[in-house]
Design a protein around this ligand. Structure first.
Ligand SMILES: [Zn+2]
Length: 346
């Protein structure tokens, strides 16, 4: 099947009461790892590329790898999503390339660092929504600022400095018509999210629950939601790495989120850790190896394993065959007819 709109995947997830992992990619092996995990667990899937990934891969390579994925895994509903678009133009170029979903992160200025005003965020996001929905493409917005920096994007603050205000979230959704909303509840990008296991003081699940209560039909997105498991950290350090002790978002907190309107969960760090650990292990144990496949294959397998576990934990496993893809042109007509509402379960 062709690449599908993210809105359809999230609407289906809302109906089924599950979440869908959104996994970042930069290269062929990562795409293969995700698609193999999706096939094994029969999961619909969101593959996402940041601006950094698009420039690393000269994004035409990435796009054609994704087309290959749809040919080789025709039974898997697959979305290609732009992660943290920094401007209307970035979103426009992704849509022109064939992405079926874009994030306009207007919570920051185009430099990807400076927190913006609410008015700026509404204006730019609204512009992207109008442009994208006309083509049946999904839009994710962000209100509040996430912690940390990834691929040069982020205010570099701790996760608690710009938590999402529920009143602003309601107003933002009303004024922009976004399909999905990323909220700041204390999570951060990168490996160093929490200095100890998060509590209600550092990971504000009560805030998420309140936002869901106020916006029951908006698909919520948890960014920076790798769990950063200790066993993956240990493999890296065991084979010469130097990761400092760190904690991610516990799976049970993500599952609580999924019970409260979270439909998209962004995971990148866990896969990076799995890949790096597997490569370090081969380098340490077989220093005579120099065929890249001798370490890229274990790296790909390690990532596939992590992704498959997440797909099961998020509940998307088993749902790949639930529905037929809605063509983007039909999605565009639906938006037209309904004046860009944000509704989930119909
Ligand atoms: Zn993010």
């Amino acid at each position: 099947m062709p690449l599908v709109s993210m809105r359809q995947l999230l609407d289906e997830a809302a109906k089924g009461g599950y979440g869908v992992g959104a996994f970042n990619v930069n290269n062929m092996e990562q795409i293969q790892a995700i698609m193999e995990a999706a096939r094994e667990t029969k999961s619909p899937v969101i593959v996402q590329a940041s601006r950094g990934a698009r420039s690393y891969s000269q994004d035409r390579f990435l796009y054609h790898l994704m087309l290959a994925a749809t040919e080789l895994y025709p039974e898997i509903p697959t979305v290609l999503h732009l992660d943290h678009g920094n401007s209307v133009d970035t979103c426009k170029s992704a849509i022109a390339m064939g992405f079926t979903s874009v994030m306009m992160d207007g919570s920051l200025m185009p430099d990807g660092k400076t927190p913006s005003t609410f008015e700026y965020n509404v204006k730019t996001t609204r512009e992207v929504v109008e442009m994208a929905h006309a083509k049946g493409i999904t839009v994710e917005g962000e209100i509040g600022c996430l912690g940390g920096i990834e691929d040069g994007h982020g205010a570099g603050l701790d996760g608690l400095s710009h938590l999402t205000d529920p009143d602003q979230a309601v107003e933002f959704v009303r004024q922009t018509g976004v399909d999905a909303l990323a909220i700041a509840i204390g999570t951060s990008h990168g490996a160093y999210k929490f200095t100890k296991k998060p509590t209600g003081e550092t990971l504000k699940m009560d805030r998420l629950i309140e936002i869901h209560r106020r916006l029951p039909r908006t698909h919520l997105v948890m960014h920076g939601s790798s769990s950063v498991p200790k066993d993956l950290q240990d493999i890296i350090n065991q084979y010469g790495g130097k990761l400092k002790p760190t904690w991610g978002v516990p799976i049970e907190e993500i599952q609580l989120g999924i019970k409260n309107g979270v439909r998209k969960i962004n995971v990148d760090t866990d896969n990076r850790l799995a890949i790096t650990g597997a490569i370090r292990k081969v380098f340490a144990e077989k220093p005579e190896e120099f065929d890249p496949r001798s370490y890229l294959k274990p790296a790909r397998d390690a990532m596939k394993k992590v992704v498959a576990v997440r797909m099961t934990q998020f509940g998307q496993a088993g749902h790949a065959g639930d529905y037929a893809p809605i063509p983007l042109a039909d999605m565009a007509r639906r938006y037209e007819g309904r004046g860009m509402p944000v509704v989930s379960s119909e």
